[in-house]
Every structure is written in structure tokens, then in C-alpha cells.
Design a protein around this ligand. Sequence first.
Ligand code: SF4
Length: 387
Amino acid sequence: MAGAHRNIRLLHQSPIANAVREQSAAYAAAVAEQEHGLVRELWAVRGRSDADQVHRIAERSGLPVRWLAKAPTVNGERGMDKLLEERNVLLLRDRQSPFIEQFQHPLGRCAKFYKLTAYNNCNYWCEYCYLYLTFRNSPVSTHFVNYDRMFREIEAFDGASIPEPLRVLNLGELGDPLAVDEITGFAEQVVPFLPAHAPHTKLLFLTKSDAVKMLLPLEHGGRTIVSFSVNTDKVWRYLEHRTPSPAARLEAAREVQNAGYEVRLRIDPVIRYSTWKTDYEALVEEAFSLVRPSRITIGEYRPAEGLSNHIRARFPQSPLIKVNGSLVAEAGKLRYPRASRIEMFAALINAIRRHSARTDIALCKEDNQVWKAVGLNGSGLCCNCLG
Ligand code: SF4
């Protein structure tokens, strides 16, 4: 714990601080130069389905389509060039695997929720993103356009015998489902589909986006939950490049709540640094000044052991590389030591409880002992990805 604390504090005290600040400024400048927001190139793989969706998306984006015979694989660049190759592009292609699959946590630390994979990867550049590792062999941000098959799978899911808490399709497990929605227009097709054709199922958008204008007029029928991932201003400035500010996300949360959507918050990854406690308390304060979330799920920073190399390849000066070296291995991930994360979770829970006795609070992928240590009931199915 002390090591991790010290490492983050280095941001303010040593030459690495300047390097990290310079890197952050350079990445922010790269964003400011972009003509087309997060997507500068549109690629498409020739598929078996017709190309209508590709043409529709190309028209929305105003970008020419570069047609490919197959999906691109690894590229050899490093640093920002690598990010520009992987995450300045949106690849459109048919999904061959099922759109709907059940999540299986290897150690049973998570409910077997269902995910709906409309995107692989993301066009944001968060330094801690686990998808750099997950999609190391196919790192280009992808949107699957064979919607017809996806809609058939949603209808079949709706008719299947599935317990109520699991009747939620999570769109945020393998990408941010709203990050490039202004280009894909995916939400306006899928959100009204649920009340019309799958009324026993819910959708869950987990997002860092503030682009919610297109959600507001949709006939959602109470079947779509929007869960905003938020963090402190410091974590945002140093680690969540190209994302809207936490304040902008919370303002977006207020707007979708006013439009009748259920709103949840996710505070994840919680990162320990010199002013973490006051910063996370301020985040909770700001959240409750704008929105009444039905549920808040908290998770610590917990990288897979193999993630550091993938972070380093894209963000050579990332402060996370040092932090990772000071974490401890537990349950297949690197984590803050138990006492440290209990302290962080407890501080956040106290801050939330000062504003609301009714908001559900959950921890992401923690064992029962940690839930109990912070006064939560670990047997309840009440975390972000469930109904
Ligand atoms: S928003 Fe999520 S999926 Fe996108 S880069 Fe950040 S951590 Fe990765």
C-alpha cells in the first residue's frame, strides 16, 4: 500500500511527473487536432450480409470507406502512433461469434451476467484499459454491423427461461457502447427494439461518453439502463485521454435521468494517490448534486499481470507502470493490499451514505469478506451488470 501511495505521489515530486504531464499534454493535443472526433478512418471488411449498414454509417460519418478482405491484426508501432493506428480507426464487420454470451468469471467472483457484444475495443485512450490485453491480436476498434442476426438473438434471449436478475444485456464489457454512437447510430436502432420486440429484457449501456442527445427522444420503455463510469478529475486528466470530463458525464447522467432512463454510476478503477480521499469524496458530492443513481458499483484498480507491457507500448511514461509494480497478486489480478482497498471502499461508501440511504451500493469482483468488512451484504445480486 505504502509503495503504491508513494508512486502516485511521484507525479507531483520528481522528473517522472514532468514526463507524465508532457505525455498527457501531447495526447490531449492529438485529440484537439482531430477532424472527426474519435474516428479518423472508417474501414470495413466485406461480409456476407449486405453493405447497407456500412453505407449508412459512412454517410453519418462523412468519411470514405476503405474496404478490406479481412480484419487487420497486430501492428508493430509503439506509443501514440500505435494508438492512432488502433483507436483512430473504426472497423465495421460482421460478427461471426454469437452476439449474446454469458460471462464466466474464472474464480466465481462475479454473477454469470449476459453480455451483448456490439463493439470490440474502444476509441477512447484510457491508460488502464484492459482491452489492450484482451484484444492484443486484433487491436483495431470494431463495430459489428450484422444487426439482423443480433436482433434475432435478442428475441430468442427474451423468450428463454432466464432468472429475472440476469435478464440484462450488458453492452459495456468489451468496449464503450456510446463512444462513437454519433457515427454508428447504434443506440437509436437497439434502444426502441427492446420494448417493441423483447419486453422482458433490459439493455445496459456502460459508458464514459457524454453524447446522450440521441438517447433523449427514444422510446426506451424503461428497458434501457445507462450506467456512467466516473472518476476523479486527476484520474481523468492523467489517465482517461479523449474522454469527456467526469463533470460532463454527470451532466449527461442528469439529462438521461430526466428522460426517464434508470441511471447507475460506476466508480472504477478507484486509484490510490496522495489526495485520493478528498478527491473521491468531492466526486460523490458532485454526483449527488446532479443525479440520483439507483445503484453505485465500486471497483479498485486491478490490472491483469500481463497488462503492464501493453500499457507501456502505448503510454511509455504511464504512472501505472510503477503502480503495477507495487501491487500484490490476488485472485488472478494485481490489486492493492486488502486493508488498503477496504479503506478506500469504506471512504467512498461513507461519502455515498451521507447523501443517500437508499442507493444500492456494490463492489465489483470482490470476495464476501471484503463486502462484509465494508458493511455490505455480499450475497445480494445487486451490482452494475444485473437487473
Ligand atoms: S472507456 Fe473503457 S473500454 Fe474505452 S478505453 Fe476507457 S477503459 Fe477502455
